[in-house]
Design a protein around this ligand. Structure first.
Ligand code: EPZ
Length: 417
């Protein structure tokens, strides 16, 4: 069951309920290592990345059970394993977030080097620099990061050379139990980072976001358990809105926080889509005067790189010329070659692509390369005339909860084989 078949051309309409954010769930799952008390996380999506994180926690010694969309971790002693093995880390690079909590609790962590992936080299130099600034000694040996903080982590002033979600999160996951004050400047402010800060403060941490990109953490001695409902997945919500637009449909996306998609909604409105919002519902409707809109991917609140591929598909079917500039990852145009097989007219020039809209896509065989490119290929297949067969759909299962089922409910002729 690793292929998806789509008979395109069906107009999508109806409503979708958005589940909790994968990229909020992962750091919050690892935050459970910071307490020996029980914790509960709700609104958790059923995704392979979440399953890997749960497997990871149980391997380390934190009894963790996921039932439907709820994850419980149980009272435990602080006798965790300090080793995160290759065969677990290779499944999900966000496992790098385990270093912070293990250093904070055990004063050491041996974590296999996370691999790169199709969207880029995914270096971890800033993670390592941050821990060194907090007093850790780091050695790279036999493909492992061996981190020691024999005297415990100390508060430090850490200025990030580039804004990094994962590095901001790793510093938060370690400095909350460090001795002294840590100040992060040029820190990320994505909603998922804010969700982690809210959880840590609910555990008894003392974290203040002094300015948009400056976070101050006063280390404490102990953290308590928590009960937290994840924020909705803004990337998933954007993907469904674009799916309805690309099929000339209409959609009500529920359980969302419109502000988390502000720039995307502004761009969609400027491109001519009808958008109306209430506190937690976005109503989007296709109009027949869509026009091209250029985007540049940036850190939050800029246009998210995780919606770049989906936006490219939409612009590929809008009459006129548009440009996309990818500023976050160095190799996030893997979907271009696949879209061209469906009939897209796209030209890559370094980190910019030029798109000349075409009137239609024709179904073809294509292949997924990463989570978001995968979703974009599904969207393209939904709009294409005829049959599209997509392989390597395991990428999709890492980041999209019940994707085919939801699209079927909206009217798509899509199935997995
Ligand atoms: C998070 O990845 C997300 N993953 C990504 O989503 C998302 O695309 C990315 O943030 C950007 O928003 C999770 O939250 C699990 P970064 P992360 O560190 O933290 C460079 C998805 O599809 N960098 O903010 O790994 C890095 O190469 C995934 O859900 C260094 O140079 O991203 C990139 O160019 C894909 N050195 C830039 O920073 C470092 O030590 C931003 O990456 C770390 C990062």
């Amino acid at each position: 069951m690793n292929k998806i078949i789509i008979n395109g051309g069906k107009r999508l309409s109806g409503e979708i309920k958005i589940i909790g954010a994968k990229n909020a769930a992962l750091p919050i799952l690892f935050s459970t290592l910071l307490t020996d008390e029980s914790t509960k996380i709700t609104n958790v999506p059923s995704l392979t990345d979440i399953d890997v994180a749960v497997e990871f926690l149980n391997f380390i010694g934190k009894k963790t059970i996921k039932i439907d969309n709820i994850v419980n971790t149980f009272q435990s002693k602080n006798n965790y394993k300090y080793i995160a093995p290759y065969d677990l880390v290779k499944k999900m690079r966000a496992s790098i977030l385990v270093i912070g909590p293990l250093l904070a609790r055990l004063k050491k962590a041996f974590v296999s080097f996370p691999g790169g992936c199709s969207i880029g080299d995914r270096p971890i130099d800033m993670h390592i620099d941050a821990f060194k600034k907090m007093g850790a000694e780091i050695f790279i040996k036999n493909g492992y990061i061996e981190a020691f903080a024999n005297d415990g982590l100390k508060g430090a002033n850490i200025n990030l050379k580039i804004q990094s979600v994962g590095v901001t999160e790793n510093i938060l996951l370690s400095s909350v139990l460090a001795d002294g004050v840590t100040v992060i400047t040029n820190a990320s402010c994505e909603p998922e980072v804010e969700d982690l800060i809210n959880v840590l403060n609910s555990m008894g941490a003392k974290i203040i976001r002094q300015k948009t990109k400056k976070i101050v953490i006063n280390g404490v001695k102990k953290l308590n358990g928590f009960n937290h409902r994840l924020i909705p997945d803004r990337i998933e919500a954007a993907t469904y809105i674009i799916a309805s637009a690309i099929t000339k449909g209409e959609i009500f996306v529920k359980n969302v926080i419109p502000n988390h998609l502000r720039i995307i909604l502004e761009k969609l409105k400027k491109s001519g889509l009808y958008i109306e919002e209430t506190e937690n519902v976005i109503h989007a409707k296709w109009t027949n005067n869509l026009c091209p809109q250029n985007i540049k991917t940036e850190v939050y609140p800029g246009f998210p790189t995780d919606v770049q591929a989906q936006w490219m598909v939409l612009m590929s079917l809008v009459d006129g010329e548009s440009f996309i500039e990818e500023n976050i990852f160095e190799n996030r145009f893997m979907h271009v070659a696949e879209l061209k097989r469906l009939g897209a007219n796209i030209y890559i020039n370094g980190k910019v692509v030029k798109i000349n809209g075409v009137t239609k896509f024709s179904g073809a065989q294509v292949m997924m390369s990463d989570i978001r490119a995968g979703a974009a290929l599904v969207l393209a297949g939904l709009a294409a005339e005829g049959k599209t067969i997509i392989s390597r759909v395991y990428h999709l299962d890492r980041g999209y909860y019940m994707f085919e089922e939801n699209l079927q409910r909206l009217g798509a002729d899509i199935m997995r084989i």
